[in-house]
Ligand binder design. Structure first.
Ligand code: URA
Length: 244
């Protein structure tokens, strides 16, 4: 096996263990700890930790990243934007919400989820017992697609390094993905939202709860069942956060 492949496999194993640990199965990680030299070496290689991560927040890296997003010319969406929308909230939070792309209001204000869907998202966050500024809210794509169309795969790909770095620097305990584009990106799936919502998936060891996009709730305003399902999903997120 090539060295690169071994490292990749160890990283995948680390992510899986971290994911199960986040879901409460800490004994799986503890079981990997051996007092032997061999055990120590394995732990060092995969960087396993039984304690929650307490690495310091890299404020300068974060500022640099936000500046790069604001100045980005990676894909043609920069031509139609008023401004890029990097995201907002607490960049040292346990809980991250990830949507699709800015709409008209967001493009205008330079802030994510400030239109009707955003107001609903704020209500959901508050119902969970948080303030909007306690969590971090961002999108897969940072510039508004024309006429609010769904971002194209090449736009998602061009923008992806920004979201990857945001997740890496924030290192949240849980991510909530809002709608299909975010779920597809984080969970690498093309299953329908109805099939995947309500179950934790995993992104680099971080539990991801896919749920319906608030705009979908608004489009189906009279449908109480969809609202109930979203609330069920959020209760699972709250439970996970309480236990971690
Ligand atoms: N919809 C999104 O996905 N993101 C926003 O920021 C606003 C609406």
């Amino acid at each position: 096996m090539e060295e690169k492949e071994i490292i990749e496999r160890l990283e995948n194993l680390e992510n899986k263990l971290r994911f199960y640990q986040q879901l409460g199965a800490g004994f799986l990680v503890a079981a990997q700890k051996k007092p032997t030299d061999e055990g120590k070496l394995a732990d060092e290689l995969v960087g396993l930790k039984t304690e929650p991560e307490t690495r310091p927040f890299q404020a300068e890296e974060w500022e640099k990243l936000i500046r790069r997003i604001r100045d980005c010319h990676f894909c043609p969406l920069f031509q139609g934007r008023t401004q890029a929308v990097p995201g907002e909230g607490n960049c040292q939070t346990k809980l991250m919400f990830i949507g699709e792309a800015p709409g008209r209001d967001e493009d205008w204000q330079g802030r994510p989820f400030v239109g009707r869907a955003g107001q609903l998202l704020t209500k959901i966050i508050e119902a969970m017992g948080f303030k909007r500024q306690d969590v971090y809210i961002t999108n897969v794509v940072k510039c508004r697609p024309p006429e609010n169309r769904t971002p194209r795969p090449d736009e998602v790909k061009a923008c992806s390094p920004y979201l990857l770095r945001q997740i890496e620097l924030i290192n949240p305990r849980v991510i909530v993905s809002l709608g299909k584009i975010a779920a597809e990106f984080l969970l690498q799936t093309n299953k329908s939202m109805s099939d995947i919502r309500g179950h934790f998936g995993e992104f680099k060891g971080i539990p991801v709860m896919p749920t319906f996009h608030p705009a979908y709730l608004i489009r189906n305003e009279g449908n109480r069942e969809i609202k109930r399902l979203v609330w069920e999903d959020m209760k699972k997120v709250m439970k996970l956060l309480e236990s971690s």
